[in-house]
Design a binder for this molecule. Sequence first.
Ligand SMILES: [Zn+2]
Ligand SMILES: [Zn+2]
Ligand SMILES: [Zn+2]
Length: 328
Amino acid sequence: MELRKDPITRSWVITGDEPVETTKQEGCPYCQGAPDPPQVIASAGLTEGFPWGARAVVHPQPVYRIEGDPSRRGDGLYDQMRAVGAHEVLLENPRHDRQIWMAPEADIENFLSLAAQRIQDLKKDRRFKYITVFKNHGAVAGQEFEHPSSQLTATTFVPRRVLYELRSGRQYHVQKERCVFCDILAQEERQAVRMVESIGDYVASCPYAPRVPYETWIMPRAHQAAFEHGVLTRHHNLRDLASLLKRTLRRIRTITEDFHLVLHTTPNTLHKSDVLDYWRTIDEDYHWHIEILPILARKAKSYSFKEVYFTPVTSETAALRLRGANIE
Ligand SMILES: [Zn+2]
Ligand SMILES: [Zn+2]
Ligand SMILES: [Zn+2]
């Protein structure tokens, strides 16, 4: 695998000819008593009746490898680098049948703490510019493991979508000296047409310009740039976030089972890039959030033309339906 930069859009892609898939092993490799247990990197909390809670393990077929330097180099006008990074599986629960929307809040807190710990830990490695935590659920979403899990990647570049957000956040701050995310949240709470639910300091709402039907974001109401900072300093009540995440996924699952979820937090600010210029006011201009992108398989065709996102359900209608969903 190697990373190549598109010289026009300046976004990095990872490419390589994948080896032919090996035969799948019997049984779940992540359940207790698996014959060939995975290499554990870290764990957080305890689940009742199990010797562990949430755990980070090495991905069996990592896209990024931890050893070595990115050795960035040119090839004529092109840029490429080695796929150096980290690729982990975050086991959300020791129980095979406890997805986030089924789990007790205490278990979800373990998972959120684990994600925060891993992000903070990997940010100590100066090679890594960004750590992504994401979950693909359902065959259409590209789910890899049956066991309740998310994945984490640490990369030597900032993913394009996050870069857009960082640049916009910074530009908005230059003009107004305010956080664009805080301003959006304040307006959403005032208008109250795209709000799904709020619990304590956390808010779930549908974005004004959704990319897919029922797209939903979860954000802390009080300004906070880095997710891991908020979680590890116990600045916010983690139980409320766990509860809102669970309830929001339950709502979305009344519409569709498949979804992508991604956490957006600050990049590694040990990397002070003069080119990108995003770190100076980052604590004031960026605001972490969780994005949930449901997949409506039957409708996929109608919005597969991705040059312009076409979303056949407005966020006002989506929020109304999600608010009214029966999740008990
Ligand atoms: Zn399992
Ligand atoms: Zn903010
Ligand atoms: Zn985002």
